[in-house]
Design a binder for this molecule. Structure first.
Ligand code: ATP
Length: 289
């Protein structure tokens, strides 16, 4: 890797805007993700976190603006991106073994039953990297949520990505597995230097490893260190209604965020549309961040 490549952002968004029909999910988003940087993507349900990842994966075109991955325009199926999708546990009875799941990250569905020796060695290495060697031959459907999630991380690392996109990778894991999976991603991004966009409802398990947070709300966003963004005054201004950020026993809890369908700052907002925010104080949620 040249010096220039080592310094080049792995992701650059310039004026990035995504709208579905009349609803603006986010607009004017400027973000450079440095190699090795870990960014937590936060925001209430429906604020556009998954849609952001899908845009970078080339699944939704931007409504306006630009998105570059390692200096190249976004394309679908980009091997420079590793993706850990929202977790779906494997169906019972699925014959796929742990090593097959990781192998899918190398060559999609063409891995086959008789992989070459070099592919086998690569899968063995990836299984070891994510601590899954002991259950390499076990059907995925019989593994725990935490074990399955390790394999998905292994699969996402198989193409040696410059950027890892992880969509709620800790959802439905217990605290021990939340820690194990986030430490795994943290260790590999440091060793391999890939940037991470990590979508999560709960920032607390990753707070010690987060470099910056991107907080999406009501068509707008804030980016910065957790202490800069996760503050009552910043989120109150972002949401346009009173929000409290509470710190208790080292945890961060956000109380009073309006539902994401309510977009007080949305310029496409129209009084006849269902997105109208009436600021009903009962219509709020507590987000554990
Ligand atoms: N292809 C699409 N066409 C129209 N609307 C869409 C499309 N994809 C997503 N949306 C809408 O965009 C909004 C944001 O969805 P998205 O899944 O990105 O939110 P999110 O922040 O990831 O939410 P959650 O935390 O619940 O997963 C939702 O209202 C969703 O219905």
């Amino acid at each position: 890797m040249t010096d220039a490549q080592a310094r080049q952002p792995v992701l650059s968004l310039r004026g990035a805007t995504l709208r579905f029909d009349r609803r603006t999910l986010w607009q004017g988003l400027d973000l450079d993700v440095a190699p090795g940087e870990f960014i937590a993507v936060l925001g209430a349900n429906g604020s556009g976190k998954t849609s952001l990842l899908r845009t970078i994966l080339g699944q939704h075109p931007l409504s306006s603006g630009e998105a570059l991955v390692a200096g190249e325009p976004v394309t679908a199926g980009n091997p420079r991106i590793g993706y850990v999708p929202q977790q779906k546990l494997a169906d019972e009875g699925t014959p796929l073994r742990a090593r097959d799941l990781v192998g899918l990250g190398i060559d999609g569905g063409t891995f086959g039953f008789w992989p070459s020796r070099s592919k086998r060695a690569r899968v063995d290495r990836l299984l070891a990297d994510v601590g899954a060697t002991d259950y390499a031959e076990v059907p995925v459907s019989t593994l725990s949520g935490g074990e399955q999630q390790r394999l998905r991380v292994g699969q996402a690392l198989a193409s040696d990505p410059v950027l890892l996109l992880a969509d709620e990778p800790l959802a439905s894991l217990d605290l021990t597995n939340q820690r194990a999976v986030s430490e795994l991603i943290d260790r590999h991004r440091r060793e391999r230097g890939f940037g991470v966009l990590f979508v999560t409802h709960d920032v607390n398990p990753v707070l010690p490893i987060v470099d910056r947070v991107l907080y999406l709300a009501g068509g707008r966003f804030r980016i910065g260190a957790p202490d800069e963004v996760l503050r009552s005054e910043v989120l109150t201004e972002l949401y346009g209604s009173p929000v409290d950020v509470i710190r208790a026993r080292g945890r961060i809890i956000v109380v009073g965020t309006p539902d994401a369908g309510h977009a007080p700052h949305d310029e496409h907002h129209d009084a006849g549309h269902e997105d109208v925010c009436d600021h009903n104080p009962e219509d709020t949620e507590a987000v554990v961040l």
